[in-house]
Design a protein around this ligand. Structure first.
Ligand code: AMP
Ligand code: TRP
Length: 324
């Protein structure tokens, strides 16, 4: 299977990114042909500072490697190192109706959060469809917020194939993790734009502070509590073993278990999961060439795959390539 996914270089990666997307990426690298990229063209819709863009791009690459992505298995690359996606974006935009883009939830959400409604933001799903279709992707592992975009990519593949009576573009399928929406410390969806994230590579002290500030109600320690209504429990559930989750749920119902105790357990679980990756990240960051070498190699592999699909697409729609 061809697996493809992307993460924007628009901020620090958080627990929602990991459990919704990255965890699956790392798992899928064995036994599949994987392409994972840093969506820096997409990130230009929100980060418009060159130095910051460069830094965030390198950060996402380091995060991926620290979390176990093996660049010999999966191609890890920068979106902008395969500029053919911009050509495919244009071609897809000529067969896609405006109405489809106007229905995009993520566009409406972003505007409601005050992001400028640039043409780039509006056409974001076309670029995303190009990202997916240009690698003949079979499956696209993402969090639930991205599913509509993948459905749009399916539609666009169909529009192109129907218009030119061909099979040049393959229809991709989304793939979701069991944790498809990870809640933030306030109980809403964890998102950098809500300021409610637990970042994966903060210092142990900063992580602890975030976890200890997860919002709870004021039920006293001794009173019975509802695990399913508690933000701390919702986050614990994503990291603890099923047996421990059951045990803690029973203790909630019985009473006598305080939220503070459960928060401390979440801190421990977080450190067990991400402490080793934090150390590994520091080692990787100390090698100045490592990230660039990985990204250059990944880009070569990605460009070779993209060139094959683009040859089919250009042929199907009558664009000719000048020789020489
Ligand atoms: P982004 O940071 O928007 O580029 O998201 C990168 C990936 O993380 C996408 O596949 C998202 O679906 C996923 N993701 C982001 N936030 C969450 C969340 N709170 N729960 C689950 N998945 C998420
Ligand atoms: N839009 C995705 C997000 O915000 C990032 C992304 C860009 C992507 N292109 C993609 C994800 C292609 C999967 C496939 O999370």
């Amino acid at each position: 299977m061809r697996v493809l996914s992307g993460i924007q270089s628009s901020g620090k990666l958080h627990l929602g990114n990991y459990l919704g997307a990255l965890k699956q990426h790392v798992e899928l690298q064995h036994g599949n042909k994987c392409f994972f990229f840093i969506a820096n063209y997409h990130a230009l819709t929100t980060v418009q500072d060159a130095e910051r863009q460069r830094m965030l791009t390198r950060d996402v690459a380091l995060d991926y490697l620290a979390l176990g992505l093996d660049p010999h298995q999966a191609a890890l690359f920068r979106q902008s190192d395969v500029p053919d996606v911009c050509e495919l974006t244009w071609i897809l935009s000529t067969v896609t109706g405006r109405g489809l883009l106007e229905r995009a939830h993520s566009y409406k959400d972003k505007i409601s959060k005050g992001i400028a409604p640039s043409m780039g933001l509006m056409c974001y799903p076309i670029l995303m469809a190009a990202d997916i279709l240009i690698y003949d992707s079979d499956i696209v592992p993402v969090g639930r917020d991205q599913v509509q975009h993948i459905e749009m990519a399916q539609d666009m593949a169909g529009y192109f194939n129907n218009t030119y009576n061909c099979e040049a573009l393959k229809r991709p399928e989304p793939r979701l993790n069991e944790a498809f929406i990870v809640p933030g410390i306030d109980g809403q969806k964890m998102s950098k734009s809500y300021g409610n994230t637990i970042d994966l590579f903060d210092s142990p002290k900063a992580v602890r502070k975030r976890i200890m500030s997860i919002k709870t109600d004021s039920t006293p320690v001794e009173a019975p509590k509802h695990p399913e209504q508690c933000n701390v429990f919702a986050i614990l559930k994503l990291m603890a073993s099923p047996e421990e989750v059951e045990e803690i749920a029973a203790a909630y119902r019985k009473g006598g278990l305080g939220y503070g105790t459960v928060k401390k357990r979440v801190v421990e679980l977080f450190e067990e999961h991400f402490g080793p990756a934090r150390e590994r990240r520091a080692e990787l960051a100390a090698d100045p060439d490592l990230v660039e070498d990985v990204l250059v190699d990944g880009a070569k592999r990605a460009r070779a795959a993209a060139a094959q699909v683009m040859a089919r697409v250009r042929d199907a729609c009558g664009l000719m390539t000048a020789r020489g």
